[in-house]
Design a binder for this molecule. Structure first.
Ligand code: PLP
Length: 386
């Protein structure tokens, strides 16, 4: 069921992650050139379209799209390290959520995990010392949903890439999240996929529905021989992306190619300025003014979500509501159960409607839903009092 996300969490995993452009879905409705070469009028390759765009956007030699990033990581390890050893820093043995735990993924792919360094500090020489005849690869995992701060060290990806190349092993990266567009102001620099590719990874993979703002997908980029080994692996067929995904992804990648970022709702939400959000909050609050309820606007903190950039706060604005007829959690429940379901947050005994994650063209629907929820709890409050 469709809901309005008024939580301020842009990539909300429980609400379906990145909001897709309607045009991206429409692209998949009818027949499409999924495996058809329009120029030659003959059978083409399913890998052709999205992957051509991915190569152009990232500078990688080759690309492969699978069902999600978890699948891409399993395939990457199965194709390059099955039955052999993979070196990983202790601080990167993370659980991302939704049961994605790096040691278990490694085991499922048939690779043997070898930890190097310490939880907070790992150097290139720690990897170097651990390389032996059984070593197939160095794996670097983005810690995503948690941050190690203070007395810490991680080698630059470039150092690991040259170490791996010198010793004839693979350098594999799970980036978790990434984009081909500009990153929102104030976000730490990771997330730029082209940088990771240029940094020398044999394979780098990331999700299609986090920062990128596309459909659920796992995108692997890298050297031609390394990506081919993944594409030829028997598991690849079981993890194949479907038509909907490939068509929607192609739409989003074309928007990035043409630098028409406004076509990607997730991108637009991440980049919306506090001033624009404040103006929308004030308009919505004025439209909502209703007898008996206390309606205000206030600055708030929004987040990227999707288990990425846990420390980054995006300056947002919200409409906040309190009513004597019900407490904030009852009002928030009424919002969720209205004709247009709205998921909001509750803080300081008020309901907060974060504007950032509401598509601007739905502001009127948000106001209408809030009015309906206030009516619902108002009636109930009056009935209880009577
Ligand atoms: C999110 C994430 C995954 C899982 O990606 P899905 O697309 O949800 O399968 C794997 N690794 C990292 C580092 C992540 O952040």
């Amino acid at each position: 069921m469709p809901v309005l996300n008024a939580t301020g969490v842009v990539v909300h995993t429980n609400l379906g992650r990145a909001p897709l452009p309607a045009e991206a879905v429409a692209a998949a409705l009818g027949p499409c050139n999924l495996e058809y070469d329009l120029e030659a009028g003959t059978r083409g390759s399913r890998r052709e379209h999205a992957e051509t765009l991915l190569r152009a956007l990232s500078g990688a030699e080759a690309a492969l799209v699978v069902n999600n990033n978890a699948a891409a990581v399993v395939l990457m390890l199965a194709a390059h390290a099955k039955g052999r050893e993979v070196l990983i820093a202790r601080g990167e043995l993370v659980e991302i959520g939704g049961s994605f735990r790096v040691p278990e993924i490694m085991e499922a792919a048939g690779a043997r995990l070898r930890e190097v360094g310490t939880t907070n500090r790992t150097y290139a020489r720690d990897y170097e010392r651990a390389i032996g005849p059984e070593t197939a690869a160095i794996l670097r995992v983005h810690p995503s949903n948690y941050a190690i701060t203070g007395f810490t060290h991680r080698p630059e990806p470039r150092e690991l890439a040259s170490l791996a190349a010198a010793r004839g092993i693979r350098f594999l990266r799970d980036l978790g999240t990434g984009t081909f567009g500009p990153l929102p102001a104030g976000l730490p620099g990771d997330g730029a996929v082209a940088d990771a590719v240029a940094g020398g990874a044999d394979v780098a993979c990331f999700s299609g529905d986090k920062l990128l703002g596309g459909p659920q997908a796992g995108i692997a980029l890298g050297r031609a021989d390394a990506i081919d080994a993944m594409a030829r692996h028997p598991l690849a067929r079981a993890m194949r992306a479907d038509k909907l995904t490939l068509c929607a992804l192609q739409y989003c990648l074309t928007a990035y190619m043409e630098e028409r970022y406004e076509r990607i709702p997730g991108h637009a939400m991440l980049h919306c300025t506090a001033a624009a959000l404040e103006a929308r909050a004030r308009r919505a609050a004025a439209a909502l003014a209703i007898g008996g309820a206390e309606i205000a606007v206030a600055p708030c903190e929004d987040v990227v979500g999707g288990g990425s950039h846990p420390d980054a706060r995006l300056p947002g604005w919200a409409v906040t509501i309190a009513t004597p007829a019900a407490d904030a959690s009852a009002l928030s429940r009424a919002l969720r159960l209205g004709a247009t379901a709205v998921v909001a947050t509750v803080a300081a005994d008020r309901v907060w409607l974060h504007l950032r994650t509401v598509p601007p063209e739905r502001d009127g629907d948000l106001v209408e839903a809030a009015r309906e929820a206030l009516r619902a709890v108002g009636t109930r409050g009056a009935a209880n009092a009577g």
